[in-house]
Design a protein around this ligand. Sequence first.
Ligand SMILES: C[S@@+](CC[C@H](N)C(=O)[O-])C[C@H]1O[C@@H](n2cnc3c(N)ncnc32)[C@H](O)[C@@H]1O
Length: 317
Amino acid sequence: MDRLHLSPFDEDEEDQCIQLLSFCRKHRPSSHERLPFDEQIGHKACEHEDYIPPENPSGCARSEPYDFLRRRGRNGPGVPAASSKRLYVENQPHLLGGCSPHMPLWNKMSSTEPGGSKYSVDLQKLQISQLNPSGKILSVADKYNYMRDTFRKRLAFGKSGIHGFGVFTKLPHKAGDMIIEYTGELIRPPVADRREHLIYNSLVGAGTYMFRIDDERVIDATRAGSIAHLINHSCEPNCYSRVISVSGEDHIIIFAKRDIKQWEELTYDYRFFSIDERLVCYCGFPRCRGVVNDIEAEERVAKLYVPRSELKDWQGE
Ligand SMILES: C[S@@+](CC[C@H](N)C(=O)[O-])C[C@H]1O[C@@H](n2cnc3c(N)ncnc32)[C@H](O)[C@@H]1O
């Protein structure tokens, strides 16, 4: 209520209405310096009379791509700097596909690690829970929190044998383990389509990082999100994705489909759906279907459509 100001009105006037005036946080005077209403308006007008709004490069703020990081006041790479993201990735000294030059992680970490939450139990326990299904972590919410707190200790990204960069396990995982959450910006499919075709195809180049949850929601992990967006597709994957609900919120989780050894590359079946586009698959597994596309689903849908040329005009009876 203290942000709303009732403008005075003339009691004799018949057609009177009440105006509500609201100031944004930046321009709102603090409560002790709040002036009577009339003075406030005059004061604000004087304060901003020489204010010239910044010029928008495209001429229309609405046509600018949404800059997730800058909006939150951080200096992130943003879309035009996709190449710098690539450089950043390439310069990381990750060693993958071989033995780790580091000490086993469970020797290094303990529950007394600064910044640890109640789920940052020591890695000895992490080992037990990951390898022993009768471990103490029971509820989905507990598993979720545990997964979120430990994914950096369990996973790494690096050069993939399938395509570009991929995600690898630093530790063995058990079938059914929650591996990582696919996070990013939640957008609607039309926005995802526009971004994919008009922006990312030319800028990012290496493919897009969109995860379609359903017909109404897409997660765009191009500029925000965890390393889950680097997980490659395989026709014989060791993981699968599911949307789960934790405390009323939906999360896309990558689960282990089978036991996964240390340093294996994580993969799941993208079930890439496109009637007109074929994406050649490089997974190299014996049962590779040759394309990333979900052929069966596409065939099913294709059968539902009749080409326009085959439609006959209604002749009447
Ligand atoms: C989410 S990215 C995966 C990370 C990607 N490797 C990278 O370095 O950015 C998805 C893109 O990777 C490529 N990709 C992933 N798996 C593939 C596969 N099995 N065969 C061919 N290309 C694949 C496709 O270009 C796809 O659009």
